[in-house]
Design a protein around this ligand. Sequence first.
Ligand SMILES: Cc1ncc(COP(=O)(O)O)c(C=O)c1O
Length: 392
Amino acid sequence: MRTSHRVNATPCPLIREISKLAHTIPDIIHMEIGDFGKEFKEMHKEFIASLLAEATKEGYLNYTENNGLYELRSAIADYYKKQHNVKIEPENVVVTIGAMEGLFLSLLLILDAGDKILLPDPGYPNYTSESILVGAEPIYYSLDSNFHPNISDIATQAKKSKAIILNTPNNPTGAVYPKNVLKEIAEIAKENSLVVISDETYENIIFEKKHHTMLKFDDIRDNLIVVNSFSKSVAITGLRLGFIILPDGLSEITSKIQENIIASPPAMIQKAAVSLLENYKKITRKVTQKLKKNKDALLKKLHKLPKISYAPPKGGFYLFLNVSEYYSSSYKFAMDLIRAKRVAVTPGIGFGKNGEGYVRISYSSSYEEVLEGAKRIVEFLKEGGDKLAQQN
Ligand SMILES: Cc1ncc(COP(=O)(O)O)c(C=O)c1O
């Protein structure tokens, strides 16, 4: 079959290639994926199972409103009031199939073919693929040494762009953007009537700093979409439930888009999410504590390597490790590491050309696996990395 130019032009994420290879190797330590290991899934699975069973028994078995159950949209509006002290109405919320569909819906909503959209490099690769899928043209802004967005780069490129995507806490860098950085971006966006899509999927996984939502900047509320998700906050990505927060007056249009893609998110999962939100603080605190323990253990082990460098992660569950003193190709590093030590990580080049020289290490598997993975990475580099790989 002849497939569309848009689909043909959409790159396949490198992480999928690595993950596919990793799954063919026995005794592999998975540190490549943005997903959770067994210990995390065990934490809340009984509770979620009971909520889903209850919702099903209660009769949440039909399509819901396209934009999601009003009850859930109200609960999300309340959550924002309590968590961030920002006022949104249920009408500003659209429930989506994860942040991924939320992003896609946002791009469909605002971009025409050929529009330019400003994306982070390095950044979450799906920003590029989804932009291409809707026919837009991705252009990129760089990051500074703290992995914060390069403001002058954004200021220059804003003039020719229709929208910008921000992501804090960040995948793949673990950075959490300070308020002053976000404020500067909000000012540039306002001056250039740039639509801001703020991906705050990891908002609850914060170790030191505070997460600032872009919803705090009243000046840009008319041109702001916030993307969020239950996936990472409750450590169950398979729920496939997220939401976006939009300016006033768009619910009919989003309803039209939802109708033609998904009709509505699954009814019983939406109903379960209402109860999840009531318990959110307790759940997200437990997930974050466990991730912090993993992160600290990983950093302690890697500390033994003199030639690596990194910005300590402030949120999320990734370490973006600079391995350029050892390897110039992050792809080769990842492949050699898999072959020599059976540890899978994602090459930085998979997150954009500025990601070259880095690898992303995910520390969301079990504590034991993180320790074992870190031990093997240290051995790999101490034993001379590539030389070792050739012997195996
Ligand atoms: C930055 C970022 N945004 C969005 C998503 C999509 O998350 P969801 O599972 O809610 O679709 C991910 C998933 O890894 C992510 O890392």
